[in-house]
Design a protein around this ligand. Structure first.
Ligand SMILES: Nc1ncnc2c1ncn2[C@@H]1O[C@H](COP(=O)(O)OP(=O)(O)OP(=O)(O)O)[C@@H](O)[C@H]1O
Ligand SMILES: [Mg+2]
Length: 252
């Protein structure tokens, strides 16, 4: 059961993303096995809110997140965080929740402790707090891989929160969650935003996009087709591809 009286994130979300903005992406391209996966992506994000990445399956959303997080290198193009680049090591101030969470073969709490110890000393209180926030405090000692799919996604979010990121990448973090758990994750994400964390969030859920999105990057077949404020995008997208996507039609 999720604890509806979960603690607020005030003592956790201390991230301040402002000096990492704007995020400027220019000429980003990636080819694998002779297939162009991302083609000349250009955009700039200067808002500290929740940027959604939307688009059909296979559009390149997860690949773009991996490049932004520095996990993969593009064939060409630039990713620049903030104006004072020489002093920045943005990847150390970021965390990512993957579409398929990768959890260590140890307890739920140890998975979080492992992430905490990458940056500093062990911190059982922080570990408990983030487990509590995602509603998993009763499962701290359970082997992480024995948790259900939705519980594993929540654990992955707790692990990301534990490193107090300034930039948080979330790749379909509620894909396996029931409605109540989805609401709690959305509330956590909104609280993180209030606390100054920049969120980049992949979703296919239009209702979710309406509830939490500030702006949208729409990808189709490896191209960035639109960048718009979320409300404008959801009400009146510019491209036929986005209109088809939002209407639930196959995107050609
Ligand atoms: N390492 C790789 N080598 C070759 N092709 C890849 C590789 N990784 C991903 N792809 C391909 O790149 C395309 C984009 O993949 P990606 O995972 O970014 O899609 P997505 O937009 O996140 O889709 P979904 O909504 O299904 O999660 C897909 O066609 C995928 O098969
Ligand atoms: Mg994906």
């Amino acid at each position: 059961m999720l604890d509806r009286n979960m603690p607020v994130l005030d003592d956790i979300a201390t991230g301040r993303c402002i000096d990492l903005l704007p995020l400027r992406v220019s000429g980003l391209s990636l080819t694998r096995n002779n297939e162009v996966l991302l083609r000349d992506i250009n955009f700039e994000i200067d808002n500290a809110g929740i940027t959604l990445i939307m688009g059909p399956n296979g559009a390149g959303k997860s690949i773009l997140m991996r490049l932004l997080h520095g996990l993969d290198k593009p064939d060409s193009g630039l990713i620049e965080w903030g104006d004072k680049l020489s002093n920045q090591q943005p990847s150390q101030r970021q965390a990512m929740v993957f579409q398929k969470p990768v959890l260590l073969r140890r307890s739920a709490a140890s998975n979080i402790d492992f992430a905490i110890r990458l940056n500093g000393p062990t911190n059982p209180k922080l570990c408990n707090d983030v487990l509590n926030i995602v509603g998993l405090s009763g499962m701290a000692k359970r082997p992480a891989r024995s948790l259900s799919g939705g519980e594993q996604q929540r654990l992955a979010l707790a692990r990301a929160l534990a490193v107090k990121p300034d930039i948080l990448f979330l790749d379909e973090p509620t894909a396996n969650l029931d409605p109540a758990s989805t609401k709690i994750i959305e509330d956590i994400v909104l609280a993180q935003k209030q606390a100054g964390t920049k969120i980049i969030f992949v979703t296919h859920h239009i209702g979710q996009a309406q509830r939490i999105g500030d702006d949208v990057l729409f990808l189709n077949r490896g191209r960035l087709t639109e960048q718009s404020p979320a409300k404008a995008f959801l009400e009146k997208p510019n491209s036929q591809a986005a209109r088809d996507y939002l209407a639930g039609n196959m995107v050609l």
